[in-house]
Design a protein around this ligand. Sequence first.
Ligand code: GLU
Length: 503
Amino acid sequence: MTKNVRVRFAPSPTGPLHIGGVRTALFNYLFAKKHNGTFILRIEDTDQNRYVEGAEQYITDALNWCGMPFDEGPGKEGSFGPYRQSERKHLYKKYADELIAKGHAYYAFDTAETLDFHRKDHEKKGKTFIYNWHNRLKLSNSLSLRTEEVQAKLDAAENYVIRFKSPKDEILHLKDIIRGDIKIDTNILDDKVLFKSDGMPTYHLANIVDDHLMEITHVIRGEEWLPSLALHCQLYDAFGWQAPEFAHLPLILKPTGKGKLSKRDGDKLGFPVFPLEWKDPNTKEVSRGYKEDGYFPEAMVNFLSLLGWNPGTEQEIFNLEELINAFELERVNKSGARFDPEKIKWFNHHYMQEQSNDILAKTFKSKRPELSEIDVNYTARIIGLIKERATFVSDFWELSHFFFTAPTEYDEKATKKAFKEDTLELMEKLKSIILHIDDFTVENLQNDIKGWITENNIGFGKVMMPLRIALVGALQGPDVFDIMFIIGKNETVERVQSVIDVL
Ligand code: GLU
C-alpha cells in the first residue's frame, strides 16, 4: 500500500448507533491502525428531517467507550474539515453543476404528483417505475425539453432535482475486497437524484464528493450500501477521480440466523442492541446499552470483531492490540454473521477475570450502598475469591453478601441435607477448636479442623456442610477456610454459635 490509508466511519445522526454500526466503526478502526492510517468520523447529516438531538454525541461517546477514538472528525479538525456535512453544504452544488456541464447529469422538473402517478400506475400493472434511459425523454427534464424551456423553468425558480444520467447498454465491472468482482448491467439502474432544489445534495453526491475531498482510500461499510456501489463508481468515473477501494461488510443476523438483527429482537429476547443506553429525546423511551448492562468494552470489541471476520485460527480471545495485528479485510466473510447474545456474556466473563480487583471493588461499592463503609481492599480481596463465578459486577452481591453480613436465614433444603442428630454436638466441638486457634490463618484452620475430623473419623460432610451453612446460609460460596479467614475469628465463632442456637 503506497498511499496513506484513510478510512471514514460516516453515520447519519438519526438515533443511537446500532451494534452493527459499532462493528463497521471497529473494522474501519482496525484497518486504519493496522496500516498506520487515519480513522475519520464524518457526520452525514444532510437530511435535516431525520436529525436527532444528541445522536452525534452518542456516536462519539460510543467510539470512545469502545477505545477506538477517531483521529479526525468534529472537534478534532484535521486538514480536511469540516466533518459535518451540514457545514459543507456550500461545497456540493459546484460538483452537481460540473456533472451537468460534462453531460453526466441533468435537471429534472417532474413534480411529486407526476412521479407518484407513474409509480402507482406501474404498481397497478405489477411493475416498478424506474426513471432512466428508457423513459427519461418522455419526462420533464433538460434532456427532453428545449434549452429555452429549461432556462425559463430555472429562471422561474421552479423546483428541480439533478439526476445522474446513467448510460444504456453498458456492463460495469465493480470490485469489492470482500465480494470480489461484481458485474452490473446499467440498463437496470435508475437515474438517481444527486441534488435537490432546496440546495441540499443527496447522500450519494455528498458521500462521493466528501470521500474524494477527504482523500479516503478505503470505503468499509455495511452490506446495505452495496446497491449504491454501481452509482458511486459511475460518479467517480464521471468526475474523472480515482475511486477508493470498497469493502461491504456482511449483515448481522438475528440469533436464529434468519433475517437482519433488529432492536425488536433485542427487546424480545432481553439483550441490548446499542452500545450505550439511549434516551430518545422525543418519545423519552429508554433503550438499554451494553455499558449500562455491565459489559466491559473489551468484551464488546472482541465479540464484534468476530461477527463476520475470523483470524483463520481457533483463537477467539483478542485484545484491541492483537486485533489490529491480526485483522485483514480479506478474511471478512460474505455471508451474514449470526448475533449470539450468550457469546458476548462468555467474553464478558473472560474479561472480568482480567480486570483488576481494586477497580472492580470500586465499581461494586458504588453500586451497593451497604458497602459504602467497607474497606476497598477488603472488598477487592473478596472479589478475588468470587469473580471466577461472575459474568457481571451485578453478580457479585449474590456471590459474596455473606462476607459482609451474617446470614439471617438458612436455606431449607440445605439444612435438611446437612443437619443430622449429632450436628449440634459437632458444632459445639468445632466452636471450641476454632476458639483455640490463635494464629487465625487458612493453613492453621485447615490443619486443626481437618486434623480433628480425620483423627475422630467423623466424615468431612458432617462438619463442613453445617459449617458452610453457618457461614453462608446455604451450600454455596468459595472455600470454607477462605471465608473463615476473611471474616475473622470473632465473626466465625458468632456464626457457628447462631447455627447452634437454631439447632
Ligand atoms: N451515512 C451512511 C450511513 O448512515 C454512510 C454509508 C457509507 O458509509 O457510505 O451509514
